[in-house]
Design a binder for this molecule. Structure first.
Ligand SMILES: [Zn+2]
Length: 163
């Protein structure tokens, strides 16, 4: 599969097709060391940007070291990720033309990444890279945090971001 990394309007660098890619094709594998969620939390606690990809129920993550880690999020993507026997493949969900930027929907779910603002530019952009479930979960937990805050003056890094 012909892929190159170059600067992207969405975010820093992006991954582009150098040849056309048929619908359903495997575009790239998301590879890297496998870490437990706890190991990743410890290793990347203070890092604003991570390239972690959650497997299965999210107890194991892939610490991306591959072309696929440069693929940007889009709310109207041309690829999606598939987990097959513990490996993660980025697959084309429509035909991709040479020169197009490869994208998939990150569906972020770990609520410690600020607002995760999305700049994908799609007409139906939801404004954030969080999954719809995570947006709902964050709204609920923000309400809970607000309630807790009124009861206790103790603050943590996570809580300090809430309003
Ligand atoms: Zn978007």
């Amino acid at each position: 599969m012909g892929l190159i990394i170059r600067s992207s309007a969405i975010h820093a660098a992006g991954c582009y097709a150098t040849t056309s890619i048929r619908k359903g094709a495997r575009v790239a594998e998301y590879t890297g060391p496998r870490l437990t969620k706890a190991q990743a939390d410890t290793a990347y606690d203070e890092q604003p940007i991570t390239y972690l990809f959650g497997l299965g129920d999210g107890s194991i993550v892939i610490d991306g070291h591959c072309m696929a880690m440069f693929i940007n999020h889009s709310c109207d993507p041309n690829c999606e990720t598939h987990e097959e026997k513990g490996r993660v493949w980025v697959k084309a969900i429509r035909k991709i033309e040479a020169g197009e930027e490869i994208t998939y929907d990150y569906c972020l779910y770990d609520g410690d990444e600020g607002e995760a603002v999305c700049n994908c530019g799609a007409k139906k952009c939801r404004g954030t890279m969080y999954s719809r479930e995570e947006i709902r979960r964050r709204k609920r937990s923000m309400k809970k945090t607000a309630l807790r805050k009124t009861k206790s003056s103790r603050t943590t890094r996570k809580k300090s971001k809430s309003k």
